[in-house]
Design a protein around this ligand. Structure first.
Ligand code: SF4
Length: 358
């Protein structure tokens, strides 16, 4: 049984102009100790998925369908107090800005100890001893003295290390890490990711790593889910997806990563922008931006389907009857930056990028 199972998750926002569907049929699973990367442009639904899992959807957002199971136990729709106990003890969270997680009025030691006293069978002396050890584990120099410092007395990178300690100190089985390095200096980012991954491996903690950075995913994740317009466009083992992207959107994302080994005049780009929630196109939501769109794409929404290897992609190019469907429609002329037919299948074109990304 997977540690986390999300089945057909649907999240809606009721507004005065009607109900907006922000997540529509999102399904994935995370095994114990696994790192699942969730990637996509802003507005794809990555953070919303994490917020729904941890029960922190901002009102008026609500889970309107599907279910979220932790160890086989349904956790969506639990009363606030029950969900609060699960947060911290069973699911930890790391957000982009450590200042939103840390309370400026308490020392980091008090905040670590409080978390452990709430969730673990420890007394205050043991909680303080463990807090010092956690600060050492996340690389805070002079942890025994720094434990009595306030968040503002730490640099941004050190604060994020404290947040990692805070997320892991109650020994949760799953951590939701939402853009954990985006606010940090680029030289610190790799250290934080390496630290997070190392500690989670050591403690057998699974990670749902939400980021827009495919390089971070390549370095860290075991599998990756690519999101677009509130749905999963492609999911599979990270090496497979990076080397042989199957969905034209994934191909576009991969093509936009600069390569050190392959010199190109101009980086590929995906024309257009993520659709607004109120204007998600019918059929495949990506079709207005896709160089391979054909008639079926504009009217029928593709579900995730086997796309070769262990990957699944929500794209009609991988349907058994796609060849005849493509003949029926008229693909528009490809533009620079469009996914190319060879790119959507296993091919060598992405190899240089994939090598760099790894
Ligand atoms: Fe969507 Fe069709 Fe493009 Fe596949 S080929 S991504 S189904 S528009």
């Amino acid at each position: 049984m997977p540690l986390l199972e999300v089945q057909e998750l649907r999240v809606e926002f009721p507004t005065r102009r009607g109900v907006l569907t922000a997540l529509d049929g999102v399904s994935f699973a995370i095994e114990a100790g696994e790192v699942l990367g969730v990637v996509g442009e802003s507005g794809a639904g990555k953070s919303l998925t994490g917020a729904a899992v941890i029960g922190l959807l901002e009102p008026p957002g609500r889970v309107a369908g599907g279910q979220i199971l932790l160890d086989g136990r349904r956790i969506d729709g639990l009363p606030y107090e029950q969900m609060r106990r699960i947060r911290g003890r069973e699911i930890g969270a790391i957000f982009q800005d450590p200042l939103t997680t840390l309370n400026p009025l308490y020392t980091v030691g008090q905040q670590l100890a409080e978390t452990m006293l709430t969730h673990l069978p420890v007394n205050p002396a043991e909680a303080r001893r463990r807090a010092i050890r956690w600060l050492e584990d996340v690389g805070i120099p002079g942890a025994a003295q720094r434990i009595d410092a306030y968040p503002h007395e730490f640099s941004g990178g050190m604060r994020q290390r404290v947040v990692i300690a805070l997320a892991l100190c109650a020994e949760p089985r799953l951590v939701i890490a939402d853009e954990p390095t985006t606010a940090l200096d680029v030289s610190i980012q790799a250290q934080i990711i390496t630290l997070l991954k190392g500690l989670c491996r050591e403690h057998g903690t699974a990670i749902m790593l939400i980021t827009h950075d495919m390089g971070v995913i390549a370095e860290t994740a075991d599998r990756v889910a690519v999101m677009y317009a509130g749905r999963i466009a492609e999911i599979g083992p990270v090496r497979d997806v990076i080397k042989h992207a199957r969905h034209p959107y994934t191909v576009g994302l991969m093509g936009s990563i600069p390569s050190l080994s392959a010199r190109v005049e101009r980086l590929a780009q995906i024309d257009g922008a993520m659709p607004r929630l109120a204007a998600i196109p019918p059929g495949c939501a990506f079709h207005p931006r896709c160089g391979h769109a054909f008639a079926r794409c504009k009217s029928e929404r593709p579900e995730l389907m086997d796309a070769g290897g262990s990957s699944r992609a929500a794209c009609w190019l991988h349907a058994a009857d796609s060849a005849s469907a493509m003949v029926a429609g008229a693909p528009r002329e490809a533009r620079p930056g469009d996914a190319r037919p060879g790119d959507a299948r296993p091919g060598a074109a992405r190899q240089g990028v994939a090598d760099d990304a790894r």
